[in-house]
Design a protein around this ligand. Structure first.
Ligand SMILES: Cc1ncc(C[n+]2csc(CCOP(=O)(O)OP(=O)(O)O)c2C)c(N)n1
Length: 358
């Protein structure tokens, strides 16, 4: 049988700042000092909020939440690169990114305590609520991208974030398929944190990389050290430029690690080894970024102390406002289902109020 090659594919890996904080000078992006410091502040805030949420959850003051410690570079850097008109379409493990998109600490806490008020947005930054449905948001992102194109919006894009487990879902493949066909301005970022709850990455898919899943849909794809803020900066910036200038979608696999539990309802000690976690702690994105800033003469222990203090104060204020929030009446759940209440729902609400006797 005659055989001719009809395609030849490869997957690239990008790392600029290694685990010890040493930079590859040839690949180092030009980022202003101001932006570098803002990025670091965003990452420190992401981690500090995470830690506080964990404490609040353990004290029984909020419900379940999904920590993002260790994954800050993979989602906070992309959020930092977005403009006001871009849409942020995320999963449930990107609190730091959501804060950069204008969500407040109080809103985050309200959301995680079951108050729909946590999803209320003010300002013009575009952001969808948390998606608990794994990979469902990839379809929403493509729909938004398609609508943007249809309406002739220029210089805008969608950043869609998900976990490695999402790439094993049908929704992911449907989304990438139509993203390719319609050439929509969507940047898909897969935070490959090695686990989907207790299922290791190897048991979810036999693909050697997750980036290569882009090849089937003829979309550019790249694997990046997801704990390297500079690598994430360069890869996301390039993908955003492509999206905003009509070049279509990109898939970025950010190789990272979930240092904490899947959610506060999970105990990872039951299924993963301590030495695996310790190996990844050594690759912490915050530690390496701090060293990079110190080497550039932009950072020192005094500044670090001041930042940690200011961050704590901001979180304290957010927690206080959350705890002062007056509880909503039980019928509030009827109000948040549709933008405009349907007659059936209105009837149900009135019936509920009658039975309640108010
Ligand atoms: C469609 C769907 N199936 C199953 C679940 C239950 N579930 C919640 S999180 C999760 C694992 C997600 O893993 P991954 O996509 O890798 O993201 P990570 O939690 O690691 O960030 C599962 C199976 C769900 N929320 N949605």
């Amino acid at each position: 049988m005659p055989i001719k090659e009809v395609g030849h594919y490869s997957v690239s890996y990008l790392q600029i700042l290694d685990a010890s904080g040493n930079v590859d000078k040839e690949l180092e992006p030009k980022i202003s000092d101001e932006d570098l410091l803002a990025l670091y502040r965003g990452m420190v805030m992401g981690r500090a909020v995470d830690q506080r949420m964990l404490n609040l959850q353990r004290q029984g003051r909020i419900g379940t939440f999904a920590p993002s410690t260790g994954q800050e570079a993979a989602h906070i850097v992309p959020a930092f690169l977005m403009n006001d008109k871009d849409w942020f379409v995320g999963a449930f493990r990107e609190t730091g990114a959501r804060l950069l998109r204008g969500e407040t600490i109080t809103q985050t806490l309200l959301y995680y305590n079951g108050f729909e008020e946590g999803n209320k947005r003010s300002g013009n930054r575009r952001i969808l609520p948390v998606s608990i449905i794994v990979a469902g948001q990839a379809l929403h992102a493509v729909g938004i991208g398609y609508a943007m194109k249809y309406q002739g919006e220029k210089d805008t894009s969608v950043i869609c974030i998900m976990g490695d487990g999402a790439t094993s879902e049908g929704d992911f493949h449907e989304a990438l398929n139509f993203a390719g066909v319609w050439n929509v301005p969507v940047v898909f970022i897969v935070q490959n944190n090695q686990w989907a709850i207790s299922l290791p990455r190897e048991k979810q898919t036999s693909s050697k990389t997750l980036a290569q899943k882009s090849i089937a849909f003829d979309i550019p794809g790249i694997q990046v050290d997801g704990n390297d803020p500079l690598g994430m900066y360069v890869a996301t910036k390039e993908a955003l430029e492509r999206a905003r200038t009509g070049g279509g979608p990109t898939l970025i696999e950010a190789v990272t690690y979930r240092l904490m539990m899947h959610t506060t309802a999970d105990d990872p000690k039951k299924y993963r080894q301590d030495d695996e976690v310790e190996g990844w702690q050594a690759k912490d994105p915050l530690i390496r970024f701090k060293k990079y800033l110190e080497d550039k003469g932009l950072w020192d222990e005094q500044k670090e102390e001041a930042l940690q203090g200011a961050t704590k104060e901001e979180i304290d204020a957010g927690v206080k406002a959350f705890e002062e929030f007056t509880e909503l009446p039980p019928e509030a759940c009827f109000d948040h289902v549709f933008a405009k209440m349907t007659p059936e729902l209105e009837e149900q609400k009135q019936d509920f109020l009658k039975r309640k006797g108010s």
